[in-house]
Ligand binder design. Sequence first.
Ligand SMILES: C[S@@+](CC[C@H](N)C(=O)[O-])C[C@H]1O[C@@H](n2cnc3c(N)ncnc32)[C@H](O)[C@@H]1O
Length: 306
Amino acid sequence: MSFSFDDPAASRSASPPPSPLSSPPSLPSLSSVSSLSSLPASRSLPLAADIAAVVGRLRAAGCVFAEDEAGLLLSAARTPAELAALVERRACGHPLEHVLGWAEFCGLRVAVEPGVFVPRRRTEFLVRQAVRTRPDAEVVVDLCCGSGAVGAALAASLPGCGVELYASDIEPAAVRCALRNLPEGARVFEGDLFEPLPEVLRGRVDILAANVPYVPTGEVALLPAEAREHEPLVALDGGRDGLDVLRRVTAEAGEWLAPGGILLFETSERQTAGALSAVADGGLAPGADRCDERYATVVVGTRTTR
Ligand SMILES: C[S@@+](CC[C@H](N)C(=O)[O-])C[C@H]1O[C@@H](n2cnc3c(N)ncnc32)[C@H](O)[C@@H]1O
């Protein structure tokens, strides 16, 4: 059984991409891609044969959605050499989003650098739930922000005229990325969970989004190679039962939330009962929502006390 951490990679690659050296000679090779005649620096339209070469190379590497990916790579490359480099990285198993340098999230194009967790489309459900529950939110924190996709989407979706937005992550690469993605005025901190946040935020947070790592340690090895090899372990590994980081968040969240403020995080269906207990132990009123279409479970903890 493999752990379903909503890996877009899982749906894109049927199997780990083979080594380029093991590609059957009859399949289009990277050399046929790098000799593309129709993609000069001026970026005229590529020939059908060139597109077919890229699609063939990606398909040979195990990419299920080779046509779609080829279209994205072709539109990202400015020269044949650049295209060849992009296709090669993808064929070697790098996540498409790292190759392109961006991911789509809630209709936004979010910059994602190598070494940063790729925001999953399933997390759009968390954003939707946050906006639905607290459309009046004025103070928002994106804890464990990674690329900052959640914070950026919340800032773009909340109807008010600009929220006070804070984000933090323990990984310097994630913090750099979040600084690129979050709107002007947002403050991004590097450090362990709440530790780097300004003290003045205590008791003022309306939405605390905390998409913490939640893969049980023993199941990290079951994740698709794209995640295991190209996303930092700290972004995936949630400890023995996957809830270690989460329990640290729920223990402290109540001190940072305003009355009526909500903590939201994603979990797997199987972890939901444990996650709800952690929320209740932290003194918050627990609740959970499920989106079958996205295979997403979001747990919400509300500060009901004044
Ligand atoms: C599952 S990723 C989610 C990233 C982002 N929120 C998203 O949804 O795309 C978890 C993130 O938590 C960060 N992280 C893990 N442990 C942390 C800690 N103790 N303090 C702060 N950030 C942490 C990782 O660096 C990673 O960026």
